[in-house]
Design a protein. Structure first.
Length: 473
């Protein structure tokens, strides 16, 4: 494939010179790399107000928010139950069902390798600690919608929850502008045996999941954790609700980055760049390249491509506002910038892609070579597409089975185990002034000889109540 001839670019992406030490250039690069995924305070306060309304107003508040902001069913219902979702599954067109089945199978196959193990560790004789992994009882999965349906996001959030063994799964997703939920999304929910679909979007949907809607039909109970991507209002609401319910991570606009050298095909690079920009006008798309010629050719290819795409207006806005071409003096500088930016999606198209992959520490999901478009991972490879954005790939990972469970510590201690740490507890509790802590250990050894250390489970502390004057055993 070769670059198509074109006139001057219709969409001009801002260029960054990674070799420049000019203060303005350094500041701009720093701002990009420390952009964050948390919405501004105005959105945070607005989301907080909606959550407060849902907490106190229940279904009426959710319905009112839907009337103001959109996302409600045309018939006024709030919840679609499991039987209706199963019926939607059975109405799926054959090709749609085949595609959903393959996507679900691949995601569940990868997820099945992620289930954490319960462990038991003997610290010293008489002290054993079990770290027991347990699936959550009830999870809420937010699936974006409204302007477009996202059955792929439903699969990415619900399938690992099913592998984890979550007891009950509620999906929240808004209806479109006509008050309809897309039949393929409903069918995907039916295929995965979702227990209920809450038809609501934005902060009101997060509030309904966090606080429950007991007056809905059927009633919705609060969930233990909320997962899934969403817009700034969804992210803000998740952050506000985090003290009440668990969340996966705050997620900002979808991000795409391509690392390319002079061996890359501009047609493929252009196609990969616009993939994530297609999600919305605030989605960054960044090319990092060592080749000015490739940069120029990619811009020409984007101009040739946009008129053929349905969401070309959104793409043009995203690329003009948030698109960047970062020109690096060499591959080392290019990789350093990629790692500092910590992109959600990273495509690598260089001569030795595996060598580059080995040097990348900070990226949500990496796509290696010219045959690995990001869209394959968004839908069907089996890797999860719910990923950290805003630079959070430095410390957070893709949504996985681990997000749908938790560990409980179980401590088994017998007499000789407690004797082994008796002095340590006493000294540290005394240093902290917590004498009740020290007493809880010492009272178990009162009236017992220091040598009376028995086998595991062989003895129990004496009944102190029997020694109190005026009481019977």
């Amino acid at each position: 494939m070769t670059a198509s001839p074109s006139l001057a670019p219709v969409v001009r992406m801002r260029r960054l010179d990674l070799a420049s030490a000019a203060p303005a250039d350094v500041l701009e690069r720093g701002s990009l790399c420390r952009r964050g995924a948390v919405p501004d305070e105005g959105i945070r306060s607005g989301a907080r107000a909606i959550l407060d309304a849902v907490r106190t107003g229940g279904m009426a508040a959710v319905v009112d928010a839907g009337a103001r902001f959109g996302g409600s069913l045309a018939d006024g219902r709030l919840v679609i139950d499991r039987d209706e979702l199963r019926a939607a599954r059975d109405r799926l067109e054959r090709d749609d069902r085949r595609a959903l089945d393959q996507a679900i199978d691949h995601v569940m196959r990868f997820a099945s390798t992620q289930r954490p193990a319960t462990t038991r560790t003997t610290i010293v004789p008489g002290i054993e600690i079990e770290r027991r992994w347990l699936p959550l009882g009830r999870v809420g999965c937010y699936v974006p919608g409204g302007s477009a349906p996202y059955p792929s996001s439903l699969i990415m959030t619900v399938a690992p929850a099913r592998v984890a063994g979550v007891g009950e799964i509620v999906v929240a997703s808004p209806a479109d502008s006509a008050g309809v939920v897309h039949p393929v999304l409903l069918g995907a929910a039916g295929l995965l045996e979702v227990d209920a679909l809450l038809v609501a979007g934005g902060a009101q949907a997060i509030g309904a999941l966090a606080f429950g809607v007991p007056d809905a039909t059927p009633p919705l109970l609060p969930v233990d954790r909320i997962v899934g991507p969403g817009n700034a209002w969804v992210t803000a609401a998740k952050l506000e609700a985090a003290g009440i319910v668990g969340i996966d991570l705050p997620a900002g606009p979808s991000e795409g980055m391509v690392l390319a050298d002079d061996s890359a095909d501009p047609v493929l690079v252009a196609a990969d760049l616009v993939t994530q920009a297609e999600h919305g006008p605030d989605s960054p798309a960044i090319l990092v390249t060592t080749s000015p010629a490739v940069a120029d050719a990619v811009e020409r290819e984007i101009d040739a491509l946009l008129p053929r795409l349905e969401r070309r207006a959104i793409l043009a806005r995203a690329l003009a506002t948030h698109g960047r071409i970062a020109l690096a003096p060499d591959l080392d500088a290019a990789i350093a910038f990629v790692d500092a930016y910590a992109p959600e999606h990273l495509s690598i198209d260089v001569r030795d892609p595996e060598a580059a992959v080995a040097r990348i520490r900070h990226a949500g999901s990496i796509f290696v070579g010219p045959w690995a478009p990001e869209s394959a991972g968004d839908y069907a490879t089996g890797a999860n597409h719910v990923l950290p954005t805003g630079g959070l790939a430095r410390s957070a990972d893709a949504l996985a089975v681990e997000a749908f469970g938790r560990f409980t510590q179980i401590q088994r201690v017998d007499e000789r185990g407690l004797a082994a740490v008796r002095e340590t507890v006493g000294r540290l509790a005394t240093a902290e002034g917590l004498t009740a802590h020290r007493n809880a250990v010492e009272t178990r050894f009162r009236d017992r000889p220091a040598t009376a250390i028995h086998d595991v489970g062989a003895s129990r502390p004496a009944n102190r109540a029997a020694n109190r004057p005026g009481e019977t055993a």
